[in-house]
Design a protein around this ligand. Structure first.
Ligand code: FES
Ligand code: FES
Length: 155
């Protein structure tokens, strides 16, 4: 039995430990926000947080989550009020939307360590792929999310 937490809820998974976490989230728990894209840890569509750090759930065996806290896009905030979600809405970032949960999870984690990012640090760290080419809006929204985050700290 593998025990871990997902979005604050205790989970027990009785199955093979090498099952990718993505399938446990999507198929067993019905959390379909994290998407399947490449399956090899390259596109970022499946990004979740493990103890606050963004990782690709398609390459992470569920056993690696033992005793740890998983957060999915569904649990990033209760009401879509996370600074990254606010900035994404403000700048109308998504096109088809498929890559966006992964992008948002990557950026939310990135801003914790880069609260005032430059274009260079964004380009070096946010490598999620988007078939619709929303990269320019994504970069603008990252800067906006950093501002919103800062504003909310000051108030
Ligand atoms: S589906 Fe996981 S990185 Fe592409
Ligand atoms: S918005 Fe369509 S893949 Fe990124």
């Amino acid at each position: 039995m593998i025990r871990f937490s997902v979005n604050g809820e205790s989970i027990q998974y009785d199955g093979p430990g090498d099952t990718p976490l993505l399938w446990v989230l999507r198929d067993q728990l019905g959390l379909t926000g994290a998407k399947y894209g490449c399956g090899i840890g390259v596109c970022g569509a499946c990004m979740i947080h493990l103890d606050g750090r963004a990782l690709t759930a398609c390459t992470l065996p569920v056993s690696a989550a033992t005793g740890r806290q998983v957060t999915t896009i569904e649990g990033l905030s209760e009401d879509g009020s996370h600074p990254v979600q606010q900035a994404w809405r403000e700048l109308d970032v998504p096109q088809c939307g498929y890559c966006q949960p992964g992008h948002i999870m990557a950026v939310a984690s990135f801003l914790e360590t880069h609260p005032a990012p430059t274009d260079e640090t964004i380009n070096a760290n946010i490598t999620n792929l988007c078939r619709c080419g929303t990269y320019v809006r994504v970069r603008k929204a990252i800067h906006r999310a950093a501002e919103i985050r800062e504003e909310s700290r000051e108030s």
